[in-house]
Design a protein. Structure first.
Length: 317
């Protein structure tokens, strides 16, 4: 074993090789991706203001932000760049119903969908490229782990496919473990029962593509925190919740389960606040009367129908 092999973990080498194969992925992107995946608890903890070092590392964070801004200016000088790119365009999640989340951890063959422009309404990071999709690691959620009184359990962050799963587990063995597809589905179902929202996350740091599913709560999730503060990091599922006025008895049982505060009881029956609803579907399983259902809504964007995309990819091949 050479010095390089001793210093650099196998998963790091795999990460770098994947980075080099990614079109347009610069050295700066690689540095950003490595920092994000290598120190997620520091990265996210500082980002949401909960890490003990958040104040002390403030100057470094500001320096990093200036570096990002300079890089963005360089991108804007490129004739094919996007003039209105913002932070949310580089790091975002899409709300997905339980069945869609289950399909994302059930992919059996390698899959390449380079651009989901109609599904992921952001300028960057909107691909699904799955290598070794059966390689799934569950990681203690960095957002929950940073909170003083987090929702439990912590192990709800699902890293899907390579090189991400291998990198995360090799660098964070004390906070992660390999799981099967069935175990991943079990985690998704349990979080759905708790009323937590499934988000498929995409970021430029992870090669401009999908890399994980987290199960989010409004009290802990940094992305939901940013969404409330005006940074649109989360996209609707493409569905909206609909109330059957005949079946609804106005009991309000579903209301506290909505992480987006999109439900309220008005004049004796449940009401969906349209602009707030992300179509996650959590509420539909909480109504004993069966009065809530998800319906497609073009104004909310296109859904992430992974099975349809897989069929299209097979036919295209």
């Amino acid at each position: 074993m050479g010095l390089k092999d001793w210093l650099i973990k196998p998963s790091t080498s795999a990460f770098v090789r994947a980075a080099r194969r990614t079109p347009g992925y610069s050295f700066f992107d690689l540095l950003h991706g490595y920092v994000y995946a290598r120190w997620p608890y520091l990265y996210i903890g500082i980002g949401i203001g909960e890490h003990p070092l958040a104040r002390r590392l403030g100057p470094m964070v500001r320096w990093f932000n200036r570096l990002v801004k300079r890089r963005k200016k360089q991108e804007l000088a490129h004739p094919h760049s996007h003039p209105n790119i913002g932070f949310a365009d580089t790091y975002h999640g899409k709300a997905v119903p339980l069945e869609t989340a289950k399909s994302l951890v059930s992919i059996e063959a390698e899959l390449e969908i380079p651009d989901l422009e109609k599904v992921i309404p952001y300028e960057r990071a909107r691909a699904i490229i799955m290598h070794n999709p059966d390689h799934i690691v569950v990681l203690d959620c960095p957002c929950r782990s940073a909170r003083p009184n987090p929702c439990l359990p912590l192990d709800v962050f699902l890293i899907v496919g390579e090189p991400f799963a291998g990198f995360v587990h090799e660098h964070h063995p004390e906070h992660s473990r390999w799981i099967t597809r069935d175990e991943a589905i079990g985690i998704l179902r349990a979080e759905d029962e708790r009323g937590h929202v499934h988000h498929a996350f995409f970021t430029d740091a992870m090669f401009d593509r999908f890399y994980a599913i987290c199960n989010c709560c409004a009290c802990c999730c940094g992305a939901m925190q940013s969404q409330r503060s005006g940074t649109p990091m989360l996209a609707s599922s493409g569905y909206v919740s609909q109330v059957d006025e005949v079946l609804c008895i106005g009991c309000g049982t579903c209301v506290p389960y909505c992480q987006f505060h999109a439900l309220e009881v008005v004049d004796g029956w449940n009401h969906v606040i349209y602009d707030e609803c992300m179509g996650c579907g959590v509420c539909t399983s909480k109504c004993e009367q069966g009065a809530l259902s998800l319906v497609l809504d073009e104004a909310k964007g296109a859904p992430l129908e992974i099975c349809s995309f897989m069929k299209d990819a097979i036919f295209a091949a």
